[in-house]
Design a protein around this ligand. Sequence first.
Ligand SMILES: *[C@@H]1O[C@H](CO)[C@@H](O)[C@H](O)[C@H]1NC(C)=O
Ligand SMILES: *[C@@H]1O[C@H](CO)[C@@H](O)[C@H](O)[C@H]1NC(C)=O
Ligand SMILES: *[C@@H]1O[C@H](CO)[C@@H](O)[C@H](O)[C@H]1NC(C)=O
Ligand SMILES: *[C@@H]1O[C@H](CO)[C@@H](O)[C@H](O)[C@H]1NC(C)=O
Length: 406
Amino acid sequence: MAPVKLIALAAMSLVSNILAVRLLGTHFSGQIYTYELNLSNATAGALSISTKTTGCGVTPTWVYLDESTRTVYCVDESWQGSGVLTQWSLDEKAGSAPKLTGSAVTPGNSVHGSLYGGQDGKSFIVTSEYSPSTFTTYKLPITASTKPIQTLQFTMAAPGPRPDRQDKPHPHSAFTDPTGAYLIVPDLGADLTRIYKINKDTGILTVCPAIKSLPGDGPRHGLFNKAKDTLKYYSLNEVSSSVGVYDVVYPSRNSTNSDCLSLVLQQTVSNYGPSVPLGNIYVKSAEIRIVGDYLYASNRNDTTFGFEQDSIATFQIGASGALTFVELANSYSYYPRSFSFNKAGTYVAIGGQTTANIAIVSRDTETGKLGRLVANVNVPPRGTYGGEDGISSIVWDEPEVSHPSI
Ligand SMILES: *[C@@H]1O[C@H](CO)[C@@H](O)[C@H](O)[C@H]1NC(C)=O
Ligand SMILES: *[C@@H]1O[C@H](CO)[C@@H](O)[C@H](O)[C@H]1NC(C)=O
Ligand SMILES: *[C@@H]1O[C@H](CO)[C@@H](O)[C@H](O)[C@H]1NC(C)=O
Ligand SMILES: *[C@@H]1O[C@H](CO)[C@@H](O)[C@H](O)[C@H]1NC(C)=O
């Protein structure tokens, strides 16, 4: 019994030391940053910039970390008719900066990127281009001679119900379903969730029927989640500031007329709760994340918690996948464009776009509620009101080896 007790004591003294955690993200002014978070205890910590690197073009907008290979992909939102798509390796050593391993010239204006295809789901990358109304696929790895495999461009006959935002199609992201057989492309301008069937070997996409959102929803991001045994698709609707909950319908084995995945809208809930009408024209919702039985959606420019303090909506996911609004929480930032949770679900890192800050906020794993500000760092330059500047993305970097064992 004594040795066990000793080991337990040793382990306890390890965790009572300052625990360092890393994060990674982009700033629209041209940098990829790595950050270090030192947690003194569950509610207090210090967040600082560890490294700052250029090379992701003039307007880095989105970072994708493939944890198993420690490869980072960075997407450039350049509006100058030319941008870059870059690939980096990220050492596990604390304080390491990402190292550029590949850079390809692109037409620019990409706002999102994710991997798909191949046997491992990592053979190709797809990027979405907001203003050219395109999305583009490339084979990995990225080299100087990388060229698109496919570029799909969309048009529409007339502006949507919110002509200021929906003047034309605006694909805002692209990602696979859980089987990796289909690509989902939320189109903010066209009020559509576009669907493609993936040829895993060639990366070639073939079109499936697109799914209409409610008029004026403006879908931006989305994700799949299994509640009990039911798979649902959740759409973050930027323009209507809401979340759409969809049934996911796979083609039946003996169907002859379709081999497409389909989505059926079951519920739309405002990010402000059931009694608030959809579509506050001043708010631009941005990101959606799920941890356990809770779903979170960030709202830009609602200043619910005061000057430059926007909200994150919390929903509980029921056994059937339906959402129940819980509350709004303070994002401790203005224009929370990006946020992500650590693996344990105990903290959220929030990227305040205009305030150009990273806020670390605690999360109660029982109630799902977001709590107090644990740490914060300002990352100049600040953005401008309504501008595409400031902090663009933030993700955690939690290499398996550095996880404390208790
Ligand atoms: C956590 O650490 C901070 C800063 O060191 C300290 O002020 C605070 O009292 C600590 N809280 C707890 C619950 O130990
Ligand atoms: C975190 O802790 C490390 C090691 O003690 C120290 O070098 C670093 O300066 C600390 N960073 C912050 C932001 O406190
Ligand atoms: C497949 O075909 C069989 C025989 O025609 C039919 O009984 C069954 O309901 C079909 N299954 C589905 C999922 O459509
Ligand atoms: C933010 O909302 C206010 C109204 O609350 C509006 O006047 C302003 O134009 C909006 N600003 C941005 C940058 O969206």
